[in-house]
Design a protein around this ligand. Structure first.
Ligand code: AMP
Length: 254
């Protein structure tokens, strides 16, 4: 499973799932520069490697792959463009230009080095899951690599666990749970209110809590395009920042 470290219980749940289902589990930790569209975010990305190693041992991980940048991107590395279609220009793709090309570059390299039968990824990064699905199709590896999407692990109050939560101040931390409160409210009221109204109310509540909102979207669970009606399989997704910490989360609706 690919990670950027600063491991928390969300990551560990993936390791546990993998080690229960496979004889060998490989976890990579690599803070991939090519997927950061924001240099400050990259510079401040938390690194807790000693604690990570302890937790990986405890969770039954067989191999930690801790590559240097030169191993992932050697001087003769040729970057290719991955045809991700609309997935790349909407939601995270729109707000983080180049991000998913960077994700595909690193996952492509990791897959070719590790050559796994199973890959474990978290629903927390919903659009990334769809992108990795597409990548594996593009690489012609759908028959060889099984994708396992694991549920989002949350703090007691509902905030999705994220390495970026470490950067929240106490005050921001108490406001951060509004993202999950609003996702839950959308799910609860889905059949009572029009989609537009549900989105507008969530945006208003997030702004009142001090968030700068990138998007609140109710989307088709497969294409991630804005939902036209409530009969499709739907997912609600939010991206919003508190200060310079940007958080994302989502919830399946039906
Ligand atoms: P990251 O280190 O943020 O790149 O995440 C590595 C993997 O862990 C990705 O597949 C994420 O979707 C997954 N992940 C991150 N946070 C959570 C969470 N709270 N619950 C479950 N999986 C998670």
């Amino acid at each position: 499973m690919p990670t950027m470290g600063a491991l928390h219980k969300g990551h560990i749940s993936l390791i546990e799932q993998s080690s229960a289902q496979n004889s060998l589990t490989v976890c990579s930790i690599f803070v991939n520069p090519t997927q950061f569209n924001n240099k400050e975010d990259f510079k401040h990305y938390p690194i807790t490697i000693e604690k990570d190693i302890e937790e990986l041992n405890y969770a039954g991980c067989s191999i930690l792959f801790l590559p240097t940048e030169a191993e992932i991107y050697p001087t003769n590395y040729l970057s290719v463009h991955y045809e991700l279609g609309k997935l790349e220009s909407i939601l995270e793709g729109y707000y983080r230009p180049g991000h998913f090309q960077g994700v595909c570059q690193v996952v492509d390299r990791l897959l070719s080095i590790v050559n796994p039968h199973n890959i474990y990824i978290g629903q927390k990064d919903y659009q990334q899951c769809m992108v990795i699905k597409r990548l594996i199709e593009l690489l012609g590896k759908s028959g060889q690599i099984q994708i396992n999407i694991a549920p989002t692990i949350r703090e007691k109050d509902g905030l999705a666990m994220s390495s970026r939560n470490l950067r929240l101040t106490n005050d921001q931390r108490s406001k951060a749970l509004t993202i999950y409160t609003e996702l839950s409210a959308i799910k609860e009221h889905l059949n009572e209110e029009p989609l537009d109204q549900l989105k507008k109310e969530a945006i208003r509540h997030l702004q009142e809590a001090g968030f700068f909102v990138d998007y609140v979207e109710i989307a088709n669970a497969e294409t991630l395009e804005p939902a036209a009606n409530k009969k499709e399989q739907l997912v609600a997704l939010i991206a919003a920042s508190l200060g310079d910490v940007r958080l994302i989360d989502n919830i399946s609706l039906n």
